[in-house]
Design a protein around this ligand. Sequence first.
Ligand code: NDP
Length: 466
Amino acid sequence: GSCDIGIIGMAVMGQNLALNIARKGFQVAVFNRTASRTDELMKRVEKESIVPTYTLKEFVASLKKPRKAMLMVKAGAAVDEFIDKLLELLEPGDLIIDGGNSFYQDTERRIKKVEKQGLLFLGTGISGGEYGALHGPSIMPGGHEEGYALVKEIFEKAAAQVEDGPCCTYLGPRSAGHFVKMVHNGIEYAFMQAIAEAYDLLRKAYRLSSEAIGKIFEEFNQSEIASYLIEITAKIFKVSDPETRKPLVELILDQAEQKGTGKWTSQTAFDFGVPTPVINQSVIARTISSFKQERVQFASLWKNKEAAPINFDEQHKEKIKDALFVSMVVAFSEGLHLLKVASQEMQYGLSLPEVVRIWKGGCILRARMLNQIQQALQNGEGEILLFSPTFLNEIQRRTPKLREIVALSIEKEIPASVLSTSLAYLDSWKSENLPANLIQAQRDFFGAHTYQRVDKEGVFHTIWEE
Ligand code: NDP
């Protein structure tokens, strides 16, 4: 065969990635279970060198040796099915890449299986959605380093480019790439929920129109919270429904769906003993939203009263922006903390400045503040981002504003659980004393779990009640 790489899975991501790679001068073989999707892609092909194949045998035969076969299929069983089929057709030295959002423990299992047969494996996270896949995503590969060498040129050319290089780098062994992508998605959940809460306050506490809210987000996108998610939020408010002419966003059912990557981040953070409350809360917020019928019912039982709106001015705008800034830093801090601990436990050897660097372009998480974060990490400023002198000042200055916004949400009875959790998280970290002494006393009371003391060494147990 003559193809430099092959891609299996011609849904949104696979099609666009195939076109992107082909536009960088590589020949790409493609395959999809359902042939119509392959045909769909071929209709989009202009000058690109793309070879459509309709059986896996044909697909494998079209690849240059050592063969590089990349899966862009739905995470889960489909990935295992294709790996099993490919193992029958490929030879030792060939490479299988899983470019989907696979759970990192699945990747651990798969890499063992593939390597037993003498093949190479890369578990690769890809961020940037449809647009990124076509114009340059952020690519997060992990697995066999020899495998990365085989696709380095392709990946680095296909990736988004920023001033300090392509948004792709070899992250580490085994599931390092998929772990980083999972945490990326957890942070993404938190950003999205924080932005949604800001929107909720703007429309409910200040009664601003969607049009006015769009303008505010447009301004935010020129500020220190400039980021991809703020940018698309501003754009969303500009789109109206062709039939009703109302802002389309107002017609969308308020039930957030999820594919599980945020939940995995939270579950994993619990497993590694890292507190990620803002990420956790953003998963919970989506889950609560899914109970639409029940919420409607409860709202009628509660008999909500509408509060009088507040006048909106520049000061309020600044406060909301500052609240979002702090929440975003906290979300990054939580995610990076998890990556730091996981890197030690899993022996990934992650370079956090590199992780942040490849998030700067093409990525759903791309944000102006990532430059500062990268700098802080490069300077080795603190184990946890919040502790870095750079961010400590930035956050300390803005936290009173976050506090005011959270107070407003409480007063107006508008749920802002991610914004308030960001605040509680900061308040917890900055508490020299937490009430965990009482928890320890309770544990010792009912379960003789023992406790330590602040005034002397040792382990103690008390008979609290005769
Ligand atoms: P989907 O996750 O919707 O998956 C659809 C593709 O998987 C189709 O090619 C489909 O084939 C194939 N597939 C599903 N089940 C099977 C099966 N049992 N056997 C064979 N093929 C199967 O596609 P996306 O393009 O959205 O995403 C691809 C991967 O990239 C996913 O892991 C996703 O999580 C990840 N990702 C997606 C992003 C996005 O913005 N959409 C962003 C970043 C990552 P068929 O056409 O025959 O049904």
